[in-house]
Ligand binder design. Structure first.
Ligand SMILES: NC(=O)c1ccc[n+]([C@@H]2O[C@H](COP(=O)([O-])OP(=O)(O)OC[C@H]3O[C@@H](n4cnc5c(N)ncnc54)[C@H](O)[C@@H]3O)[C@@H](O)[C@H]2O)c1
Ligand SMILES: [Zn+2]
Ligand SMILES: [Zn+2]
Length: 338
């Protein structure tokens, strides 16, 4: 089979490998779509922490089942997506149902080889039925589930002001699921193109450009002086995260979906007086994936609007570098397989 390998930062090449055979409890999948996310781009750039090379990238997948155990709920020919986090099932997090933060989690395309290949063998228990969704929609489920998980962590309730900082694919998903939860969403970014996308495609009511506006004054005005009771970071920018502590209402929750190297710092008295809660949000669970699938089926979100770039598998190696250029305006690029 043909496999696209990232040998080292900046270097992608096609190699021929033995097609895997599904071992018991596993399924052999024929890859149909791979969504590209920041993790893949940063791995290619060489800026992704804890990353080792060579690695086959790709964890946002849509595929067809080729072989699977006879007693599986799936059968050959089924269209699927999958939860690309291989959890151990035994650690303290797994025992508590927090499979998303398993202490020895292996993410496909990060810790172990991913889906930029014609075929992949995966544990059957991680498959999700297409449920009538298209291949493109299926490839968007994982990044949307990341945002959905962050919103679930925040326990957004109807009528709350939810500030989402960072309007990349992850933040956009958080905005959509905050809206679905009944939140009044405020989008904050420094990239005018991305903010325009929020307004035009996602119909977000409140949009703030942190470069040109007095953010605190704007938030005060929008929230009638209360400030947002939920703040979600989806920038992964240290300065943005440290700043955001001051945007919280008294009694607010601050959820960090975005991830950055280094320490966070904030004023303890300011944090204390708010009795604020700070939470990280890692990956997503099956419940989040199911929530995303239902939301797409019920037409509460349309993931197809995220797709800005599309390429055939054979051309992915040459196109990849161009997606790193901010001028390309990539929200979601998709690799299409025959
Ligand atoms: N929780 C998880 O499991 C998980 C999974 C995937 C990605 N992530 C993280 O989520 C974050 C977002 O991912 P993405 O793919 O959407 O990234 P992205 O780079 O496409 O988007 C980030 C956005 O933040 C904006 N931004 C940067 N600095 C800012 C600032 N100071 N103020 C306001 N906005 C600012 C950028 O303009 C950009 O639009 C990253 O940190 C990524 O590592 C987390
Ligand atoms: Zn991703
Ligand atoms: Zn575990």
């Amino acid at each position: 089979m043909k496999v696209l390998i990232c040998n080292q930062p900046g270097e992608l090449s096609y190699v021929e490998k033995e097609t895997p055979v599904a071992s018991p409890g596993h399924a052999l999948l024929k890859i149909k779509r791979v969504g590209i996310c920041g993790t893949d781009l940063h791995a290619f750039e060489g800026t992704q922490p804890y990353f080792s090379y060579p690695r086959v990238l790709g964890h946002e997948l849509a595929a067809e089942v080729l072989t699977v155990d006879a007693n599986s709920a799936f059968k050959p020919g089924d269209t699927v997506t999958l939860i690309p986090y291989i959890n151990c099932g035994k650690c303290v997090a797994c025992r508590a149902g927090k499979t998303n933060c398993c202490s020895s989690i292996q993410v496909l395309g990060v810790h172990t080889d991913g889906g930029m290949a014609e075929y992949i063998e995966v544990p059957e228990r991680l498959l999700l039925s297409a449920n009538g969704l298209s291949l493109d929609e299926l490839a968007l489920i994982e990044p949307l589930a990341i945002g959905a998980h962050g919103v679930r962590r925040a326990a957004v309730s109807k009528g709350e002001f939810v500030l989402v900082i960072g309007a990349g694919p992850i933040g956009l998903g958080a905005m959509e699921f905050a809206r679905i939860a009944g939140g009044k969403v405020i989008a904050l970014d420094i990239n005018p193109k991305r903010l325009t996308f929020c307004g035009e495609k996602l119909k977000i009511d409140h949009i703030i450009n942190a470069l040109t506006a007095d953010v605190t004054a704007q938030l005060m005005e929008i929230t009638g002086g209360d400030m947002p009771t939920v703040v979600i970071d989806a920038t992964g920018n240290q300065k943005a995260i440290n700043n955001a502590f001051q945007y919280m209402a008294h009694g607010a929750r601050f959820v960090l979906i975005g991830l950055q190297k280094g320490d966070i710092s904030f004023s303890h008295p300011e944090f204390h007086k708010r009795e604020a809660a700070l939470m990280s949000s890692r990956n997503a669970t099956r419940e989040d994936f199911d929530h995303v699938i239902t939301a797409i089926k019920n037409k509460l979100i349309n993931p197809l609007i995220y797709i800005t770039h599309r390429v055939k598998f054979d051309d992915a190696a040459t196109q990849f570098a161009s997606w790193l250029n901010p001028e390309a305006g990539v929200v979601k690029a998709i690799i299409e397989f025959a």
